[in-house]
Design a protein around this ligand. Structure first.
Ligand code: HEM
Length: 255
């Protein structure tokens, strides 16, 4: 430590050149900012959460029989006709969902990359059960992405081997959604994949919705408790509601 008095006091030391601002190390904030990426994930994730909730409610129509289910699938394609052409509204939904998917996955990759860089050698070690959904987010997300691709080939485009051999394409007059669903889920490996994917969807949703509660800035104890309860309830409803369908087909309740 230097002293102020004596032969080697600070007064003898050469006075350093003042550092100009241009000599300071510059590190520009990353673009887009982390906040922008988090908000993007929260907004697009909320759109997905609403979509899977509405889709699950529509899927439950399978319990009302083939005619009702196919009428619902037909109604989706003729929505807002004649203002929009056949499948016009459906195409708008598809494009919005696709844009959300690209933004959600893109933002998640950027945030994961940045967090790996920022943590360096000092990472959290070990696993806690409480943090399991959070830790698994990238993996549950990847399985869900694979599920969506498989699901569209299976029930929308009818592309084999994802689709069953008995897939019938929907026409402007008639939907075969019920027939295609039952034929597909009667294959037990496919039904099992649907069940596992829906369980992982529940895990992904519960942490995703909880993150939205945090990102919205909910700080009060009561508000956070209500937020956590809503996240858990929504995730469980979507997951369990959907899981009943492959189970019902496998057990012959829906045939
Ligand atoms: C057990 C769970 C599920 C069942 C039984 C199911 C059922 C169906 C059926 C029957 C269709 C075709 C509808 C039609 O032809 O009108 C469909 C389409 C679709 N589903 Fe699902 N679904 C499930 C889960 C999911 C999940 C979790 C997602 C998203 C993460 C999803 C996304 C989609 C998409 C994007 C389409 C294509 C809609 C289109 O462009 O025509 N589904 N689903």
């Amino acid at each position: 430590m230097s002293t102020l008095i004596g032969p080697h006091s600070d007064a003898d030391a050469p006075i350093p050149e003042p550092r100009t601002t241009s000599a300071l190390p510059t590190s520009r904030p990353p673009r887009p900012s982390n906040v922008t990426l988090k908000v993007t994930m929260a907004l697009t994730g909320t759109v997905f959460a609403l979509f899977v909730l509405v889709h699950m409610i529509g899927n439950l129509k399978v319990y009302t029989g083939a005619d009702h289910f196919d009428a619902y699938a037909h109604w989706l394609r003729t929505l807002l006709e004649p203002l929009l052409p056949y499948e016009g509204a459906l195409w708008i939904f598809r494009l919005v969902l696709l844009a959300c998917l690209v933004a959600h996955i893109g933002a998640s990759f950027m945030l994961i990359g940045r967090s790996h860089k920022a943590k360096g050698r000092f990472r959290r070690k070990g696993m806690s059960w409480k943090r399991l959904p959070a830790t698994l987010m990238p993996y549950t997300g990847l399985v869900l992405f694979a599920f969506i691709v498989f699901h569209i080939l299976d029930l929308t485009t009818g592309t084999k081997p994802a689709a069953s051999d008995d897939f019938i394409s929907t026409t402007e007059q008639q939907s075969y959604a019920y027939h295609n669903l039952v034929e597909s889920l009667q294959r037990w490996p496919v039904a099992l994949f649907y069940i596992v994917a829906m369980a992982l969807l529940g895990l992904h949703l519960v942490h995703g919705l909880w993150s939205v509660v945090n990102d919205l800035g909910a700080t009060g104890k009561r508000v956070r408790q209500v937020g956590a309860a809503i996240a858990l309830l929504l995730a469980a409803a979507v997951s369990i509601g959907n899981i009943t369908i492959p189970l019902a087909v496998l057990t012959g309740v829906v045939s």
